[in-house]
Design a protein around this ligand. Structure first.
Ligand code: FES
Length: 107
């Protein structure tokens, strides 16, 4: 059950303990975190779960898959080297303490 910290564009921070196997979009939605929409429910077809992963932890994440890479072309906010789609990252023990920064817009 890793602790994941979400920090919105205004700097508000919230840390939640996510069940393993949940994706990080679901972890935000189910805990009332603003700044992630998750319009498609996690099927990697909306890009409204865009987040910026703490750069020091990028290597702890699974690599960007083909579908995620395609959808990252459509994020509403600036795309950065550490941009990921939260629905494509599953909570695992390896992600304990991970920090996600949320963009100022998802749509
Ligand atoms: S929730 Fe739609 S792409 Fe992640």
């Amino acid at each position: 059950m890793p602790h994941i910290t979400y920090i919105d564009a205004a700097g508000h921070s919230a840390t939640h303990n996510l069940p393993e196997g949940w994706n990080l979009m679901l972890g935000a939605i189910n805990n009332g975190v603003d700044g992630i929409v998750g319009e498609c429910g996690g099927s990697c077809t909306c890009a409204t779960c865009h987040c910026y992963v703490d750069e020091a932890r990028l290597s702890d994440l699974p690599p960007v898959g083909e579908a995620e890479a395609s959808m990252l072309e459509f994020v509403a906010a600036e795309r950065r080297p550490n941009s990921r789609l939260a629905c494509q990252i599953k909570a695992t023990a390896a992600l304990e303490g991970l920090v996600l920064h949320l963009p100022d817009t998802q749509e």
